[in-house]
Design a protein around this ligand. Structure first.
Ligand code: KG4
Ligand code: ZN
Length: 382
C-alpha cells in the first residue's frame, strides 16, 4: 500500500461553506490553519435557519417545501453573513469575498432537491467570484467537526474550534435523522463502514416514536426532555421495549422492531402524563443499551484508539453519558471526542471545517476546484 505524505500548509485559509441537505439552511465563513498539534478553525461569520417548524405539520421533512425554503433563505442568509462579518471585524471590513480561498458545498447524502439548491447557489457564487468550489460529504462534516472542541475565550466575539491530533484508527458513531453507522477511520479521509442500521436511522426512530406520543417534529429533543424528567423522578416504565440485534454477532443495528413495539404498546395502553415520561425513558434506555453494546463490539473489532460521536442524535444526553461511562470503564485507553452541542445539528460550520481540513492537509489543491458537483442523495463515506 502506498504511503500517504501529507503536505502541511503553514498559512491560513478561508472557506465559505453552504449546507442545504435537509431542513436547515446554513452559510458560514471560516478561517482555518494548521497548529503545532492539530488545526484551528475560526468562525468569521455564521448563519443558520431551521425550517423544522414548517415541516412539523407533515410530521417529517417534506422535500419540495425544503427546496423552496432553501431557495428563499440562501440569498437572505448570504446578506446576513456579510453584515455579520463586517460587524465582527472593523466597520471598514471589506465586503465578501474577503480573501476567500474556496467555496464548499454539501453534495450528499440528503434530499436531492434540497442539495441541488445549495449546489446551484454555491456554483453561482464561485463563478461570480472566480473561486474554486469543492463538494463535501455531509457525514464527513459531522465526523470532522465532532473531533474538534470549542475554545472558551473570554471577551472574544468569535468562536474558535480546535482540532487536536488524535491517534488513529478512529471509530466514528454517526447518529442522525438519515443515518446510523459505525465508521472505521484509519487515517484522514479513509473510511470503512463496519456496521449500520438495517432499516430506520435512530433519529428517525426518535422522531416517529415522538409522533406516537403526540409530540411535534423533530421529536428527538422532546423525547429526551420527557425521559430526563422520568429519570429525575425515578419513574420506571411498566411497558418494556425490546433491544433488537443486541446479541447478534455484528455491528449492525435495527430500529424498526423497536418502533413497532412502541406503536403496539401505545395503541394498547392509555398512558398518563407520568407514564408517557417513563415510556420515553424506556425508549431512550433501549437505544442507549443498543449503542453501548454495539460500540463495545466495534471498538474490540477495530482496536480503535479514538472514539467520536457525531450527528444530530449526538445531542442526546443519555446516549452521551452511557457511552462515556462504558468507555471509561472498559476502554480507558481510548480517547473520547464528543461534539459540542452547538455543532451536533446540521450547520455549515461543519462543512467548512471538513473542506479546510482537506485543503490544509494538501489533500485538495485550492487552485483545482471540482469542475462539476452533482447532488447525490445516497453519497456514502466508503
Ligand atoms: O444530523 P441531523 O441534524 O440531521 C440529519 O442529518 O439527519 O439530525 C437530526 C436528528 C433528528 O431526528 C432529531 O430528532 C435528532 O437528530 N435529535 C435528537 C436530539 N436532538 C436532535 N435525538 C435524540 N435526542 C436529542 N437530544
Ligand atoms: Zn446531519
Amino acid at each position: 500500500m502506498a504511503t500517504v505524505h501529507w503536505c502541511f500548509s503553514a498559512i491560513s485559509m478561508n472557506v465559505l461553506a453552504i449546507e442545504t441537505s435537509c431542513d436547515e439552511t446554513g452559510i458560514a465563513l471560516l478561517s482555518g490553519k494548521k497548529t503545532e498539534n492539530g488545526f484551528q478553525f475560526v468562525i468569521l461569520a455564521n448563519t443558520l435557519l431551521s425550517q423544522a417548524s414548517l415541516h412539523a405539520e407533515y410530521g417529517g421533512v417534506y422535500p419540495t417545501l425544503a427546496k423552496r425554503e432553501h431557495q428563499k433563505n440562501l440569498p437572505v442568509l448570504l446578506k446576513q453573513l456579510t453584515e455579520q462579518f463586517r460587524k465582527e471585524g472593523s466597520p471598514e471590513a471589506p465586503e465578501l469575498p474577503f480573501e476567500i480561498d474556496a467555496i464548499a458545498v454539501t453534495e450528499g447524502p440528503g434530499l436531492e432537491p434540497a442539495l441541488w439548491t445549495g449546489i446551484n447557489f454555491a456554483q453561482e457564487i464561485a463563478i461570480n467570484l472566480h473561486k474554486p468550489i469543492f463538494g463535501i460529504n455531509h457525514l464527513e462534516g459531522h465526523l470532522i467537526s465532532s473531533l474538534a472542541k470549542e475554545l472558551e475565550i473570554p471577551n472574544s466575539r468569535s468562536s474558535i474550534f480546535k482540532l487536536e491530533n488524535m491517534p488513529f484508527p478512529v471509530l466514528g458513531l454517526l447518529v442522525s435523522g438519515g443515518h446510523t453507522q459505525f465508521v472505521e477511520n484509519s487515517d484522514w479521509f479513509k473510511y470503512a463502514i463496519i456496521g449500520e442500521t438495517l432499516d430506520d436511522a435512530v433519529g428517525e426512530a426518535f422522531d416517529k416514536v415522538a409522533r406516537m406520543l403526540g409530540l411535534p417534529y423533530p421529536g428527538g429533543p422532546r423525547i429526551s426532555k420527557l425521559a430526563e424528567e422520568a429519570r429525575i423522578n425515578n419513574h420506571d416504565s411498566k411497558i418494556k421495549l425490546p433491544r433488537p440485534m443486541l446479541n447478534r454477532d455484528s455491528c449492525d443495528v435495527s430500529f424498526s422492531g423497536l418502533k413497532t413495539a412502541a406503536l403496539y404498546a401505545l395503541r394498547d395502553n392509555d398512558l398518563t402524563s407520568d407514564e408517557k415520561k417513563a415510556f420515553a425513558r424506556e425508549f431512550e434506555d433501549a437505544v442507549g443499551e443498543i449503542f453501548v453494546a454495539k460500540t463495545r463490539r466495534a471498538l474490540t473489532e477495530t482496536g480503535a484508539k479514538t472514539f467520536v460521536l457525531g450527528g444530530g442524535v449526538a445531542a442526546n444526553k443519555h446516549l452521551r453519558e452511557s457511552l462515556v461511562s462504558m468507555l471509561q470503564k472498559e476502554f480507558p485507553q481510548v480517547e473520547i471526542r464528543l461534539p459540542d452541542l452547538s455543532i451536533t445539528g446540521d450547520n455549515a460550520v461543519m462543512i467548512a471545517e471538513a473542506a479546510l481540513l482537506h485543503l490544509l492537509l494538501g489533500h485538495w489543491k485550492p487552485d483545482e476546484g471540482r469542475p462539476e458537483i452533482r447532488a447525490d442523495g445516497n453519497l456514502s463515506l466508503a
